[in-house]
Design a protein around this ligand. Structure first.
Ligand code: URA
Length: 256
């Protein structure tokens, strides 16, 4: 086989979710793995690095995404892509909600069961909290545009895998380019890592504005914050999230 055929075959395997080499020992992936003993302790000043998920975007979905010239074409491209197994278990595709002309975009992780039933992002209990937080800074869904890293619900509401993120990220990046917002709020670890390319967790990333550069040559300002469903489980963190929302509101005001 030549190099290109080998790379295509590898891409295909990743698209099918086969993103790990098989070892000699069986592994139970349902149990958390202990941290490797030799892992270096994290230092507070560790610089942000590109995550493999963001770096390893799939050439297949990149080509599909970049061929979409409108949001409708992008929706069709995502709906027609069969390389993500979550599509097989989901009920409805969840593309977006809100105003496509909005200057503010919000990115979540993936649909949950309510979103899967209704085909709209953030319509369940965490969506209601998101709506209340937006209302507190004088925004509603007519003034924002909302989407997720993944457009299909992962079974059991599990976190998207790195392979799923690598396949979906080109669609999300094109989504951002087509909406062309002025400011982007990234809710939760998956969205923050995927969009910024950082390996840092959300606790380190939240509250810090960053700039991302996309394929259309434009730069977008993004603010990572906690995911509403995390805030429902850990209400003590709402104070930090509120700080982020106030910082976001300041920048929205500055847009005029
Ligand atoms: N959580 C998300 O990240 N997105 C949704 O659409 C719903 C819940």
């Amino acid at each position: 086989m030549d190099r290109k055929s080998l790379m295509d075959a590898l891409d295909w395997q990743i698209a099918q979710g086969a993103d790990e080499a098989i070892g000699d020992e069986p592994q139970n992936h349902l149990h958390a793995k202990p941290a490797p003993k030799s892992a270096a302790p994290k230092t507070a000043a560790a610089p942000a690095a590109k995550s493999p998920a963001a770096a390893a975007t799939s050439p297949v979905t990149t080509a599909l995404a970049n061929a979409a010239g409108t949001l409708d074409e992008l929706r069709e491209a995502i709906a027609g892509f069969d390389g993500l197994d979550v599509k097989l278990t989901a009920t409805k595709m969840v593309f977006a909600d809100g105003n496509p002309q909005a200057r503010v975009m919000i990115v979540g992780e993936a649909p949950g069961s309510d979103e899967d039933r209704q085909g709209k992002p953030f319509v369940g209990v965490s969506g209601r909290l998101l709506d209340r937080m937006l209302a507190a800074i004088n925004l509603d869904r007519s003034q924002v545009y909302i989407t997720n890293v993944l457009n299909w619900r992962p079974p059991g509401n599990r976190k998207p895998t790195p392979a799923e993120v690598a396949l979906s990220l080109p669609f999300l990046q094109r989504h951002i380019e087509l909406v062309d917002p002025k400011l982007i709020l990234l809710t939760g670890d998956s969205a923050a890592k995927a969009v910024t390319g950082s390996r840092e967790g959300i606790t380190r990333l939240r509250g810090h504005w960053q700039e991302i550069h996309l394929g259309n040559g434009k730069t977008y300002r993004v603010l990572p914050t906690f995911h509403p469903s995390f805030l429902l489980r850990s209400p003590g963190q709402k104070r930090e999230a509120w700080r982020d929302f106030l910082s976001f509101a300041d920048e929205v005001k500055r847009l005029g």
